[in-house]
Design a protein around this ligand. Sequence first.
Ligand code: ASP
Length: 345
Amino acid sequence: MYNYTKQEKKIFMADKKHILLLTTGGTIASLPGDAGLEPRQAGVMEREIQQLRTHYEITVEDVMCLDSSNILPRQWQQIARYIFSKYAGYDGIVVSHGTDTMAYTASAVTFMLPNFPIPVVFTGSQLPLANVLSDGPDNLRTAFAMAASGAAGVFLAFDRRIMRGCRAVKVRASDFSAFESVNARYAGMISSRGLVLDPRALPVQTGSPCLKESLSEDVFLLKLTPGLSPNIFSALVQMGYKGIVVEAFGLGGVNILEGGLDGIAQAVQAGVSVVVTTQCLYDSSDLRVYQVGNKLLELGVIQGRDMTSEAAMTKLMWALGQGMDPGQIATLFTQSLAGEITVEE
Ligand code: ASP
């Protein structure tokens, strides 16, 4: 084993940041089981954590052990509560999580922890750490560097890039470059210069940290398709949904012919908040450009602009959970809570 020189020890050990690693499962902590990969407790990550201990003071806690496909809104709340109850005394927090729904969790946790004073960094991997070729060690190193950076807020680290939790989208099912920061700059990148942060992409604190964990699960995400029956909206209202995020076409187009708008009109009249985003991954919807969009605005739908569907969904769930009425929700969607939307000047 290599023994550090005094000088090296001084550099590595001085002022070690204290990082809390919360594990929740996912591929990163999986081992092959009888029916495919199964998530395990932090024990399977021990070799990598040992390496990182050279640079950081690390406390590890298993919060849950789930494939992220099985993570529900109540687990988002559990994670947010856990983070809020434990953060004192730490410089940063890393949350290891399955990649499949990590963007939803990171976005929801962003809204549940306004003005969080230290970095919270979600990460995972496409190959289990148990695989010698895993991308996990690299992702963990990136996440720990960000967690130790002092840049407050909720982030997602993957493939040497760091993005805001509420801007991340999983864009690739197996490639190591699995996440993109959609319509927003990276908050940071790892390069030969080390961790380089972009101050323009870092959240701005506007108050004291708090835990606002209430969420409504009565939100439906609907992808519009040509010919979709407008009756779908009345069916959703009947099912008790209080919010609908519509992924419309292009800049925000919907079919307005042959009663195409009736369903949305009925939903809005029934007090349901309807947020219209675009099914294009990049750029912003803008309902003011086309006649089909302006018809929607007349009905009272809310513009999702350049938010990701994950952020629009979780923001609406959060707003309804906070007891906001449709008017308050419409106003909230013109505001950026954590950089999830580009606000018009
Ligand atoms: N199915 C896994 C999960 O989301 C995939 C991954 O972690 O990459 O938990």
